[in-house]
Design a protein around this ligand. Structure first.
Ligand code: FES
Length: 76
């Protein structure tokens, strides 16, 4: 199974790599084409949510501090 990673970019969107589906509240899937990376808005300002449209740069979005370090869990 391919791995999915989600990385918080500095003062910008979440960068999602890997085989994921994005589904709206009604259950409809977005056509992601062959995009190797998705950019999901985390500033709240995008007009194309859940995707980033670059508005974070216009509004001067500053991401909060880094999340606490995750606990390392052993594989199941
Ligand atoms: S993170 Fe880019 S528009 Fe919100």
């Amino acid at each position: 199974m391919a791995e999915v990673t989600i990385k918080a970019s500095e003062d910008g969107p979440f960068l999602v790599k890997g085989p994921v589906k994005v589904v709206d509240a009604d259950g409809a899937e977005y056509d992601m084409g062959d995009r190797p990376v998705l950019e999901l808005c985390r500033c709240g300002g995008s007009a194309t949510k859940p995707f980033c449209d670059g508005t974070h740069r216009l509004i001067g979005f500053g991401a909060p501090e880094a999340a606490p370090r995750p606990a390392v869990r052993p594989p199941p």
